[in-house]
Write a protein that binds this ligand. Structure first.
Ligand code: 13P
Length: 348
């Protein structure tokens, strides 16, 4: 078996970045919605679906006072990494001044998986080497790729799991070659009636396939961050579960399949409310933190952004209140990393 190992300098750089992203009990803020997803969220609140409004929203986020006390880095969309703030400063400069590490979504979306109705394959590999080089020049130090798995009695298929795992490994290896830490996001979706047991089985299968491909394709495990779903029942499952059941199911599932060499696990929120996402992360850390090989952190989009976006509503007059709400969710999640979050924090 021949392979060209990463240089010691590159290896060190990747490990340092990965460690920086989860140091001091901080987490990541995902603000990398594609234009169409961002527009959908804006439309639901009557906010204009324009490039300017998307810029205003992202500028509001990254200029939130003291954000760096709780957030280590932000994940951007291609539009944002090239945009300028209202006063003409490149947003990447605003973000660097806020001392937030810059990440970038590099997949181009989950597309219909040929021959597999209801399933998706994430695309974006073809010119990825060149795009990563450009993003690195623009200031990015880490990247993100999301694979999404719908759940019914029959899916996800083995083919869908293996194809997405293969693509995640190709993406991760290219990122590491370019000096960017890959955030690896295989998401088992919440839509459906599936039980927590079924989510656990699928999440385990998916992660096993991903780490198998990482082994085959020589991805350096110390230089990635895993961004999985929590192990939850489907949204329409009649049996919803208590915090400690979710915490136990999630940690048990991860412990079976995530190698100890992985520096951190940073969960996605997946459509949970901000409060539930914090409470579940807290329950995991409270019960298991001292016994796990990897820190359990967060890389939330909706569970941090949504309450603030509801308050903002596209209006300048609401910017400060929205930033306070955003900071609050970030602070709750930092507390959850320590197992120190509680419902009383929400009353403040
Ligand atoms: P949510 O936390 O809203 O699931 O988003 C995370 C993310 O980065 C989606 O790709």
């Amino acid at each position: 078996m021949t392979s060209k190992p990463l240089s010691p300098e590159l290896t060190k750089k990747l490990i340092d970045t990965a460690q920086t992203l989860v140091a001091d009990d901080k987490g990541l803020l995902a603000m990398d919605e594609s234009n169409s997803t961002c527009n959908k969220r804006f439309a639901a609140l009557g906010i204009a679906q324009t490039e300017g409004a998307r810029r205003d929203w992202r500028e509001l986020i990254v200029t939130t006072p003291r954000l760096r006390a709780c957030i280590s880095g932000v994940i951007l969309y291609d539009e944002t990494i090239r945009q300028q703030s209202e006063d003409g400063t490149p947003l990447v400069e605003v973000i660097a001044a806020a001392k937030l590490v810059i990440g970038i979504k590099v997949d181009i979306g989950a597309k219909e998986f040929a021959g597999h109705p209801g399933e998706k394959i994430t695309e974006g590999l073809d010119d990825l080497r060149d795009r990563l080089a450009e993003y690195a020049r623009l200031g990015a130090r880490f990247a993100k790729w999301r694979a999404a798995f719908s759940v019914t009695e029959d899916i996800p298929s083995r083919a869908c799991i293996e194809a997405n795992a293969h693509a995640l490994a190709r993406y991760a290896a290219l990122c590491q070659e370019a000096g960017l830490v890959p955030i690896v996001e295989p998401e088992v979706l919440m839509d459906g009636v599936h039980t927590v047991e079924r989510t656990s089985e699928i999440t385990g299968d998916v992660l096993q396939a991903v780490f198998n491909q990482f082994h085959i394709q020589h991805v350096m495990l110390e230089g990635i961050i895993l961004k999985p779903n929590m192990v939850l029942p489907g949204l329409s499952c009649p049996r919803q579960e208590a915090l400690d059941v979710v915490a136990d199911a999630t940690v048990r599932c991860l412990a079976q399949v995530v190698p100890a060499a992985v520096p951190a696990i940073a969960f996605l929120s997946g459509g949970q409310s901000g409060e539930l996402a914090s409470a579940r992360l807290n329950a995991m850390n409270l019960q298991f933190k001292s016994r796990l090989p990897w820190p359990l952190a967060f890389s939330f989009a909706r569970a941090i952004q949504q309450p603030a976006m509801d308050i903002w509503g596209g209006k300048k007059a609401n910017v400060i209140a929205a930033q306070q709400a955003l900071f609050h969710r970030a602070a709750c999640n930092r507390a959850a990393r320590r197992g120190e979050y509680n419902a009383a924090m929400e009353a403040l």
